[in-house]
Design a protein around this ligand. Structure first.
Ligand SMILES: NC(=O)c1ccc[n+]([C@@H]2O[C@H](COP(=O)([O-])OP(=O)(O)OC[C@H]3O[C@@H](n4cnc5c(N)ncnc54)[C@H](O)[C@@H]3O)[C@@H](O)[C@H]2O)c1
Length: 274
C-alpha cells in the first residue's frame, strides 16, 4: 500500500513501546491513527501527543467482542480502516516443565488470540474494500527458540505461521500482510506484562528466569519507521536486527539436513502433505 496519506491505521498495544513507535510513524506518513491499548491512560497520552488525527481507544485484544468494538469505533470516527497492526503482546519467562497452565493461557490469549481476533474482526472488512495491509507483531522469537522463552516462542512461531498463510489468502484481495520479527527493542515489555495480567491468570509464581535485556535494544521509533517502510514496499518479513543470521541459518540447515537424511534412508517421496 504505497499511498498512506489520509488513510487510517489501527494499532494495538500503541500506548507504549513498538506500538507507539508504529502509531507515530503512521501519523508522520499522514495517516489518521487509532491508538488502541488495554491501558487507556497511556493510549490517551500517545493520541493526545500525536494530535487531532489520532484517537485513543481501550481494547483488550484477548477478547473478540472488545476487538470488534475497536473496529466499530474506528469506522465511526474515520469511516474506514486501511492498516491494522496486531501488535499488543506480553512476555512470560518460564521453563515449560515448570510453567503453570495459567502462564500459557495468559500468553496465548494475548499474543496469539490477539492476532486471531484482529484478523477475524478486521480481515473481512479489508478484503471487502479490496485495499489494506495487516502487520502482525511476532518476534525474532518467532523464528528461533530457546529456554526460558519456550512459552513466548510458541505464541510467536504461531503468529509467523498464521501470517504466512494469511499472506497467501489475501494475495488476490488487494490486502498486503507483513510479520514483524524484532530482536531486542527498548520498551516496557517485561514490566508491563505483569501490570496487565488478569488476576485469574496469575498463579503468583516467580519463575526466576532472566528477562530479556530490552533496555539494551534499539529504539521503538526506529521499528515504527521500519514497519511503515515495509507497508509501503509490500514486504512480508520485517526484520530489525541482522545479528541472528547464523542461528536462523543453523535452524534452516537442520531442516534441510533432515530432508536429505530422509531421502537417503527412505528414498525420495513426493507429495507436499505428510
Ligand atoms: N521489546 C522487545 O524486545 C520485543 C521484541 C520482539 C517482539 N516484541 C513484541 O512487540 C510487541 C509490543 O511489545 P513492546 O515491546 O512494545 O512492549 P510494551 O509493553 O512497551 O507495549 C505493549 C503494549 O501492549 C499493551 N497490551 C498488553 N496486553 C494487552 C491486551 N490484552 N490488549 C491490548 N493491549 C495490551 C500494553 O499495555 C502495552 O502498552 C509485543 O507483541 C511483543 O511481544 C517485543
Amino acid at each position: 500500500m504505497q499511498e498512506l496519506d489520509g488513510k487510517v491505521a489501527v494499532v494495538t498495544g500503541a500506548g507504549s513501546g513498538i506500538g507507539e513507535g508504529i502509531a507515530r510513524a503512521a501519523a508522520d506518513a499522514g495517516m489518521r491513527v487509532v491508538v488502541a491499548d488495554i491501558d487507556l491512560d497511556s493510549a490517551q497520552a500517545v493520541a493526545a501527543s500525536i494530535g487531532d488525527d489520532a484517537m485513543a481507544c481501550r481494547v483488550d485484544v484477548s477478547d473478540l467482542a472488545s476487538v470488534e468494538a475497536l473496529r466499530d469505533a474506528a469506522l465511526e470516527r474515520f469511516g474506514a480502516v486501511h492498516l491494522l497492526c496486531n501488535n499488543a503482546g506480553v512476555w512470560v519467562g518460564a521453563l515449560m516443565v515448570e510453567a503453570d497452565i495459567r502462564d500459557w493461557q495468559f500468553l496465548i490469549n494475548v499474543n496469539l488470540y490477539g492476532v486471531i481476533h484482529g484478523v477475524t474482526a478486521f480481515g473481512p472488512l479489508l478484503a471487502a474494500q479490496g485495499e489494506g495491509h495487516i502487520v502482525n507483531t511476532a518476534s525474532m522469537g518467532g523464528l528461533i527458540s530457546g529456554p526460558p522463552e519456550g512459552l513466548y516462542t510458541t505464541t510467536k512461531f504461531a503468529v509467523v505461521g498464521l501470517s504466512e498463510s494469511l499472506l497467501m489468502e489475501m494475495a488476490d484481495k488487494g490486502v498486503g500482510v507483513s510479520v514483524l520479527c524484532p530482536g531486542l527493542v527498548d520498551t516496557q515489555l517485561t514490566t508491563k506484562s505483569f501490570e496487565v495480567r488478569p488476576q485469574q491468570l496469575d498463579p503468583g509464581i516467580d519463575h526466576e528466569q532472566p528477562a530479556p535485556d530490552t533496555a539494551s535494544g534499539i529504539a521503538p521509533q526506529d521499528v515504527g519507521r521500519r514497519v511503515i517502510d515495509a507497508v509501503r514496499e509490500g514486504e512480508f518479513y520485517i526484520i530489525t536486527h541482522d545479528d541472528y543470521r547464523d542461528i536462523i541459518a543453523m535452524r534452516h540447515q537442520g531442516i534441510l539436513d533432515a530432508l536429505d537424511a530422509h531421502a537417503r534412508r527412505y528414498g525420495s517421496t513426493s507429495g507436499r502433505e505428510v
